[in-house]
Design a protein around this ligand. Structure first.
Ligand SMILES: Cc1cc2nc3c(=O)[nH]c(=O)nc-3n(C[C@H](O)[C@H](O)[C@H](O)COP(=O)(O)OP(=O)(O)OC[C@H]3O[C@@H](n4cnc5c(N)ncnc54)[C@H](O)[C@@H]3O)c2cc1C
Ligand SMILES: *[C@@H]1O[C@H](CO)[C@@H](O)[C@H](O)[C@H]1NC(C)=O
Ligand SMILES: *[C@@H]1O[C@H](CO)[C@@H](O)[C@H](O)[C@H]1NC(C)=O
Length: 610
């Protein structure tokens, strides 16, 4: 039996190597295209000239090579990768500015990010950093958070426990051991499991870029499950693993605390997904210098250089197909009129539900292959974001370049489950989890941009159905009941913040408002107010789904990019883009990025000092 297995493995390996090394396509990572650092542009009006180019038929370039629907990192990165091999790409965004979850907005003089608090793996020799440097010509800079970068806080005010989370492959477990004497073995085992599982995440990438029959063979022969630590651990929940490792409830919660970065309670989290996140931050966390808007601001010129464009206020209302059912363009809704734009290829960054359920003609939506994918996916949980503008510097307010994950107690599953089941009024009084960070404290340019001020960003989850009844109200003028419900959530979150951050007081608050799931629907087109797109529960990591949910959709010339095609998070959506570009350009760009990162292997002078 083992001889047969070995034979199949060798045959597969030969196929794989053939696929990997005979890359006919063009390589966007052929040359290092970083330019010397230009002076930063802090002026918002200047930046908006790039970020807010409104859609006009006259601004659509001729002879397009591709159209991308949505300008999140998944859409922009993909467009830039194609632009780097000379393709003319048009990116269309429904909101009034580019960036998706990376966009920022300003209220009463305070600039707020939407979906970027911290990103891992930005050391200068890492592939992710290399990819970002290449698609921004080296103009996007990353600022490290302090160490500890996260703080896990648990329990009621009278019995609050705080566990600092340090980065560093050895420091992370060492510091945990200081907090949990006697648990050394559990901590070491946890680390081993996390590392081996996360290290084989590229198996998920391969499933998506291999020819479909090969991917299916790997899945249905059982080879993948027996050979891949990632897929071996995928059906095991975080709760299951954490409870096997230790009896200590606080430690179990600390092992699980970052479930908030993908949104499923520990008993519905795949240990594989969790490992990705723990591993992602193991060598530290970074924030984009100048705030999240810098990301789109520096990618757009690369798209434009090849003749492409990024246009906003351009809601795509359907994808166009020709008689042979091949995608051949999109329709944009402008002043109740449809404007048709043609291109030989359409790539959607709008998420799987928007793409399949809103943008396809009914008869194509009914395609069995599409229905199968839809039946295996669920909408993810809704997000709740609270934005606070404060009078005072970070020193005055005691804010640092770090994050707090605050839990009511250590029974995370129960907390989340009860919250989701509760009625909305009751829920608003007992947030199970609250993420608190100060974006302004993370950004060294902040003081120059907004002297004497600070911001806080609070994030939690909320059910779409609590807010659904107001979804059709005008976004700037919703019913007073809606505002009252928001107030209730704000008030409970604020109580926690005022308690955990004693220097932040009510009189310092100049601005406070909340974004609910229906706010997400409006600004980032999340159909059910999802914070991280499609659900990341155990089902998402079934290898069967991994193999069919791929950049190439069942419809010719229509592709998917972004978080739904891989996993959520900035890096997850970026991997989605890289995987999609690999499919389109017919070469493994993951290897190309690694090769360039190795070749340049430059060292950031700031990192060298450490
Ligand atoms: C509150 C919050 C905090 C987060 N914090 C972090 C963090 O600290 N670190 C991290 O790594 N990740 C974080 N994330 C997750 C991360 O931001 C996302 O996973 C990632 O940016 C998603 O990128 P994307 O390109 O797939 O999708 P998106 O950024 O959602 O982009 C999709 C775009 O498509 C547009 N669109 C949809 N339909 C249409 C249409 N019909 N026509 C035109 N345009 C359309 C949308 O408007 C949107 O701009 C956070 C997310 C949120 C919401
Ligand atoms: C449909 O579009 C594709 C790609 O542009 C093209 O190759 C094909 O010939 C078209 N089919 C018809 C019937 O127009
Ligand atoms: C901010 O605080 C300072 C004192 O620290 C005060 O003089 C100023 O009026 C405050 N500004 C606002 C807008 O509240």
């Amino acid at each position: 039996m083992w001889i047969t297995v070995a034979f199949i493995c060798v045959a597969l390996l030969a196929l794989v190597l053939k696929y990997v090394f005979t890359s006919p396509g063009l390589n966007p990572f052929e040359v290092d295209s970083r330019q010397p650092l230009k002076p930063m542009v802090l002026n918002r009006k200047e930046k908006n000239k790039v970020l807010k180019q409104g859609f006009l038929a006259s601004r659509v370039p001729e002879d397009l090579d591709a159209i991308v629907v949505g300008s999140g990192i998944g859409g922009l990165a993909l467009a830039a990768l194609l632009a780097k091999v000379g393709k003319k790409v048009l990116v269309l965004e429904q909101h009034d500015r580019a960036g998706g979850c990376c966009h920022t907005f300003t209220e009463q003089g305070f600039e707020f990010d939407v979906g970027i608090h911290y990103i891992g793996e930005m050391q200068s020799h890492k592939p992710y950093r290399c990819i970002l440097d290449q698609i921004t010509e080296g103009q996007l800079q990353w600022e490290p958070l302090e160490n500890p970068f996260d703080h896990v806080v648990m329990g009621p005010p009278e019995n609050r426990r705080c566990y600092p989370i340090y980065s560093g492959r050895t420091r992370f477990p060492e510091e945990l051991k200081k907090c949990f004497p006697g648990e050394e073995k559990a901590i070491d085992q946890y680390m081993r499991l996390v590392k081996t599982t996360a290290r084989s995440v590229w198996h998920m990438v391969l499933l998506k870029i291999f020819p479909a029959p090969l991917a299916k063979l790997l899945v249905y022969s059982g080879l993948l499950k027996s050979l891949s630590p990632f897929y071996k651990m995928a059906p095991h929940s975080l709760t299951e693993i954490a409870s096997e490792l230790t009896e200590n409830k606080d430690l179990r919660a600390v092992f699980s605390y970052c479930f908030g970065t993908y949104g499923n309670m520990p008993k519905d989290s795949s240990f594989s997904m969790h490992s990705l996140l723990v591993n992602h931050y193991l060598n530290g966390a970074w924030y984009p210098k100048g705030g999240a808007s810098e990301i789109a601001y520096h990618i757009i010129p690369v798209i434009e250089k090849a003749g492409g464009a990024v246009l906003v206020r351009a809601p795509v209302n359907r994808i166009l197909f020709n008689d042979s059912k091949e995608a051949c363009g999109v329709s944009v809704m402008k002043n109740q009129e449809e404007i048709h734009i043609r291109a030989p290829m359409v790539i959607s960054n709008a998420g799987i539900f928007n793409t399949y359920q809103k943008l396809l003609p009914k008869e194509l939506q009914a395609t069995p292959a599409i229905q199968t994918q839809l039946s295996m996916m669920k909408h993810g949980d809704g997000g709740l974001s609270i934005f606070v503008g404060l009078n005072g510097t970070k020193e005055e307010l005691g804010l640092k370049a770090n994050n707090y994950w605050i839990f009511r107690e250590n029974n995370l599953d129960e907390l989340v489950e009860n919250y989701a089941k509760a009625g909305r009024e009751e829920a608003s009084r007992k947030l199970p989890i609250l993420f608190v960070a100060s974006p302004s404290a993370k950004d060294p340019t902040w003081e120059e941009r907004s002297p004497g001020k600070s911001t806080l960003s609070l994030v939690s989850f909320a059910s779409y159905k609590w807010f659904e009844e107001w979804k059709d109200d005008k976004v700037t003028n919703r019913a007073s009941e809606y505002k009252e419900l928001k107030e209730a959530f704000i008030e409970s979150a604020l109580e926690v913040v005022l308690d955990v951050f004693p220097k932040v007081t009510r009189d310092k608050i100049e601005y406070i408002d909340a974004g609910t799931p229906i706010t997400n629907t409006h600004y980032i087109a999340a159909p059910k107010g999802e914070i991280y797109g499609a659900d990341h529960g155990l089902e998402r990591f079934r290898p069967e789904l991994g193999a069919i949910l791929r950049p190439q959709t069942p419809l010719k010339n229509l592709y998917l990019t972004g978080q739904d095609v891989f996993v959520c998070g900035f890096a997850g959506a970026l991997t989605g883009a890289l995987t999609c570009a690999s499919t389109i350009l017919k070469r493994n760009l993951h290897l190309d990025a690694v090769a360039l990162a190795k070749r340049t292997n430059y060292v950031d002078p700031k990192l060298k000092k450490e």
